[in-house]
Design a protein around this ligand. Structure first.
Ligand code: PMP
Ligand code: GLN
Length: 384
């Protein structure tokens, strides 16, 4: 392995999923739903295969999907994208993130991350030969918030890009409009690009709404927004995502993407387009059901002695490991599948300041009710 990738090893999701399988544990570690997306979307993918859509689709993505993404963003957020040049279909949001960083950040430049951060950001920055500074989120009661002073302090003359993720994995934080505005002002003032990871845009609870970074004043021209069918339509295995933004930025993402995968999976694209056009009610039902599941898991974790942070979005909850004394989230998660029959992921692996975060773990609640109830019972018997 080249030196710049040596710190990354294999991902925590792979490690915890393997442990869950080994111990036949309920996997609340890696985030993936245990029910399928909308039936008409699954049927549309089968139909696309039967219709022979099995060769390379166009590099930027099938027109039907690019148009559906642009129409969805216009209807939902009032953001206008030219589907020909301002929407790019990618192999999941993961490829959109890597291609955006590879296409827009020079070697030696700096990227600012907010920690805890989704693991692929730092790895993509390393692949680009750039460096990152990570700014820990601050705690406000049972919510994690942006530390705006620290964010300002992290910007240097070398900073090219700021990565923002709301709703936020792993904390579940949905940034407030004041936080979003402060980030936008900072980006404009310091002339930074923003990579806005909005894969959980539809998973916001308690009456919250999602505000895209690109909709703020001065932000459209400097923002690459990424999202994915994985979360919106419960198809993490389809690896169908997208990047949207002004043509010059999306051109750079497309240039890099061409040599990473060339194109994304053909038959999934018309199916996701179909879902964007016809399955919005399904998404609303899923959001409502996830909000209930969040409450179910939060109650169970509190009952088992975990300190639960209130998440306003995503399908993850963060919780403090019960008990006093020195905590080690990685050790806790490595032994939890065997001890409790439940898997979780440690938070400190998503940070550069592990000592600030090693008392916390993340649980996914995108599971059938009976699975969550069983997980709750197992955690209740843990007796930690
Ligand atoms: N960003 C975040 C914050 C995520 O949680 C995930 C999926 N876990 C991704 C990006 C990657 O999405 P995809 O599976 O579409 O590549
Ligand atoms: N995005 C999912 C999570 O955060 C899964 C990521 C993965 O397996 N790479 O759990």
């Amino acid at each position: 392995t080249v030196s710049r990738l040596q710190p990354f090893g294999s991902t925590i999701f792979a490690e915890m999923t393997a442990l869950a399988t080994e111990h036949d544990a309920i996997n609340l570690g890696q985030g993936f739903p245990d029910t399928d997306g909308p039936a008409s979307m699954l049927e549309a993918a089968r139909q696309a295969i039967a219709d022979g859509l099995n060769q390379y689709p166009p590099g930027p993505g099938m027109p039907v999907l690019r148009h559906a993404i642009a129409a969805d963003r216009l209807a939902r957020y009032g953001i206008v994208h030219d589907p020909e040049r301002e929407v790019l279909v990618t192999v999941g949001a993961t490829e959109a993130i890597s291609a955006a960083i590879l296409g827009l950040v020079e070697p030696g430049a700096e990227v600012v991350l907010v920690e805890p951060y989704y693991d692929s950001y730092a790895a993509a920055v390393a692949l680009a030969g750039a460096t990152w500074r990570s700014v820990p989120m601050a705690q406000d009661g049972d919510r994690f918030v942006l530390d705006l002073d620290a964010l300002h302090a992290a910007i240097t003359p070398k900073t090219r890009m700021l990565v923002v993720n709301s709703p936020h994995n792993p904390t579940g934080t949905v940034l407030t409009s004041a936080e979003l505005s402060a980030v936008a002002e900072l980006a404009c003032e310091r002339d930074l690009l923003v990579l806005s990871d909005e894969v959980y845009e539809h998973l916001v609870f308690d009456g919250r709404t999602h505000t895209p970074m690109a909709s703020l004043p001065g932000m459209y021209e400097r923002t690459v927004t990424v999202s994915s069918a994985a979360k919106t339509f419960s198809v993490t295995g389809w690896k169908t995502g997208w990047a949207c933004g002004p043509a010059e930025l999306v051109d750079a993402v497309r240039t890099a993407k061409q040599f990473m995968s060339f194109v994304a999976g053909g038959p999934f694209q018309p199916a996701v387009a179909h879902a964007l056009e016809h399955e919005q009610a399904w998404v609303v039902d899923m959001r409502n059901s996830l909000q209930r599941k969040r409450d179910l898991l939060a109650d169970a974790l509190s009952g088992a002695g975990f300190g639960v942070y209130s998440g306003g979005g995503t399908y993850f909850l963060c919780a403090e490991i019960p008990g006093t004394g020195p905590h080690n989230d990685i050790e806790f998660c490595r032994t939890l599948p065997e001890r409790a029959g439940v898997a979780a992921v440690p938070i400190s692996v998503f940070t550069d300041h592990p000592e600030q975060w090693n008392h916390m773990v993340r649980f996914a609640f995108c599971k059938r009710d009976e699975v969550l109830v069983e997980a709750a019972e197992r955690l209740g018997r843990l007796g930690v």
